[in-house]
Design a protein around this ligand. Structure first.
Ligand code: ATP
Length: 584
């Protein structure tokens, strides 16, 4: 049997073997090592001269007093794995103790093919591949030049391509070719920072949330970028559905509030004109917002008191008290006592138990201050304090009482003018005028006339068991009339006709002399009344006085008197004052 010498074995070894002394002088190099390093060097030559980069690494290991260690180096023909093993293993801490090193060299190519045979590597690879293949997320890896190295099925599916099509392609092409709406990985390569972006894949019609993380080498260059993608299409669909559902809900809500409005209108508040519909919408909003300090202006009979109740009934305090007071109807002292209450013995005639004021009674509810413009100046100051502090003090009382109520004030006066004339406090005006609302006179919203006529005709027909209806001529007259007394006047005209007229067809309902259409009528402010001769004025005043005196025989309060005469309470109070009359 032929004996193989160590030399022969090394000459035929399939791995490279090289022995170096501590200075890098090659003591031995076998043919395979020469092949890998591409040199036909003989012993005695420095490794530094043939492969300076490799020597640099080996030298570092020697200087560090290394143990056996594998390093990966770049040889002239590709990557090489080199296991560097010190000759004197006992001495590990200093290069002085080494007797040189032995290097075992193997090409990466060979090493890789055999590495796959190692169970641990096989296992690791399997785990990595499973991770990629079974991930819920799309994952791909690109190198520092943006070339796709690996991609899983999910990522390829999200883009609408196969894995094979994607591997090796420059990732920038996805955006360049319009497959996705914007680039992520090229931006990461440029900024060298992690980045997350929503992408839309035009090709597959998918919405993706993609996050990329750059991985750096020791020099700080990007070695590769790992991108993880999440399919957001379902989320987007759900969001769209939610948005749609919200829109539907909003529409329903609006429809409901419109219906509420209609419902309310159909019960009591009649409005057909755009102006009134808009006004009701505003009032409804104020009611829902629990807004206080609403100032309703408008001519007498336009519905100021009526709409203040509408606000109360549509607010959160609808089950709490609604207290109304006409500020023009009482003398100063009495008005103050009514509004703020009094303690026993506060004034002559005061009840000896004292009395709560209307503000106290309206607590948690609404107080409606009608004819606020007629409120005496000294009481205005007290009201202002009450609005500012949210508390009142009874007449003759010493302690403050907290009150919380919605305040709605109304007037048919021009309050601004009254402020200029120093008849109304400016600070109170500002305080009350936070939500100003103006009700237009009926003649400026003629669309409402017919509806109001219909509504009250039905109501009074039912109440008085009648079957009256308007003739066309009558409707024309009503629509042409300028209604200085506004809705109140119209309501009274209809009531009168239903009760008094014999014929079921109402041919004319307007009082004599008023049944001619007035084209565009002037406002009904007292100041705007047509000038009359002195004689006529006197006649009217005398007639008024007589009517009032007669009515006073039947009526015990200004409210009853107002109802009896078909005018507002404030008008009655004003006229009584003018004639020096009073209710007993
Ligand atoms: N939009 C409306 N729909 C139905 N009825 C209405 C409407 N507006 C007002 N009215 C009726 O008209 C009458 C007068 O309304 P209201 O007393 O509220 O007027 P006002 O503006 O407060 O008058 P004044 O300033 O003289 O006190 C009430 O009987 C009310 O029912």
């Amino acid at each position: 049997m032929t004996k193989l010498s160590p030399e022969t074995i090394l000459q035929h070894a399939c791995i490279g073997v090289m022995g170096l002394d501590n200075n890098g002088i090659i003591q031995y190099i076998n043919p395979r090592a020469q092949e890998l390093l591409v040199c036909d060097t003989h012993n005695g030559i420095s490794l530094d001269t043939i492969a300076p980069q490799i020597w640099k690494q080996v030298k570092t290991l020697i200087q560090q007093g290394m143990n056996e260690q594998a390093i990966h180096i770049q040889g002239p023909r590709g990557g090489i794995e080199m296991v560097v093993s010190p000759v004197d293993k006992k001495a590990k801490t200093s290069s002085d103790n080494f007797n040189g090193v032995v290097c075992f060299l193997r090409s990466h190519e060979k090493f890789e093919s055999s590495a796959w045979q190692y169970p641990t590597i096989k296992e690791m690879h399997l785990q990595f591949q499973s991770l990629l293949d079974h991930s819920y997320y799309g994952i791909y890896i690109i190198d520092g030049n943006g070339i796709v190295l690996r991609v899983n099925d999910v990522a390829a599916g999200l883009i609408g391509m196969t894995k094979e099509e994607m591997v090796g392609m420059p990732i920038g092409e996805l955006a360049e070719k319009g497959i996705v709406d914007q680039a992520l990985s090229p931006a990461i390569l440029k900024s060298k920072k992690p980045l997350t972006r929503p992408l839309y894949v035009v090709k597959s019609n998918k919405y993706i949330m993609a996050s990329g993380m750059p991985i750096f080498d020791k020099k700080g260059d990007i070695r590769f970028v790992v991108v993880i993608e999440h399919d957001m299409t379902i989320v987007k669909e759900l969001r769209d559905q939610l948005k749609h559902a919200r829109q539907v809900a909003d529409t329903i809500k609006n429809e409901l509030s419109d219906r509420n409005l209609l419902e309310l209108k159909s019960h009591e508040v009649i409005a057909d004109s755009p102006a009134m519909n808009q006004l009701l919408t505003v009032l409804l909003k104020l009611a829902k917002m629990d807004a206080s300090n609403i100032l309703i202006t408008g001519e007498s009979g336009t519905g100021k008191g009526f709409l203040s109740k509408f606000v109360h009934q549509n607010g959160s305090r609808k089950d709490k008290p609604f207290i109304s007071i006409n500020c023009a109807a009482l003398p100063d002292m009495l008005l103050e006592a009514e509004l703020f209450g009094y303690e026993k013995g506060a004034f002559t005639g005061a009840s000896n138990t004292g009395k709560a004021g209307l503000f106290e009674l309206a607590n948690n509810g609404t107080i409606f201050l009608d004819e606020i413009g007629d409120m005496p100046f000294p009481i205005q100051a007290k009201l202002l304090k009450c609005l500012d502090d949210g508390e009142i003090r009874r007449l003759g009382g010493t302690k403050s009482i907290k009150v919380d109520c919605i305040v709605i004030a109304a007037t048919n006066h021009n309050l601004e003018k009254q402020v200029q004339q120093k008849k109304f406090r400016q600070d109170l005006y500002f305080r009350l005028n936070i939500f100003p609302v103006h009700i237009p006179p009926l003649r400026e919203r003629r669309e409402d006339i017919l509806k109001i006529c219909d509504f009250y005709l039905k109501r009074y027909n039912k109440a008085y068991n009648q079957k009256k209806r308007f003739s066309e001529k009558c409707i024309e007259q009503l629509q042409g009339y300028h209604f200085p007394g506004n809705v109140r006047e119209l309501k009274n005209i209809i009531k009168n006709a239903v009760v008094i007229k014999e014929n079921n067809v109402l041919d004319t309902v307007l009082p004599p002399g008023k049944n001619k259409a007035v084209p565009i009528s002037p406002p009904c402010e007292e100041t705007a009344a047509p000038p009359a001769s002195k004689g006529l004025n006197e006649e009217i005043l005398a007639f008024e006085r007589e009517k009032l005196t007669q009515a006073l025989n039947h009526c015990t309060s200004t409210r009853i008197l107002a109802d009896y005469l078909g005018v507002s309470q404030s008008t009655v109070v004003r006229k009584l004052k003018r004639h020096g009359l009073s209710v007993e």
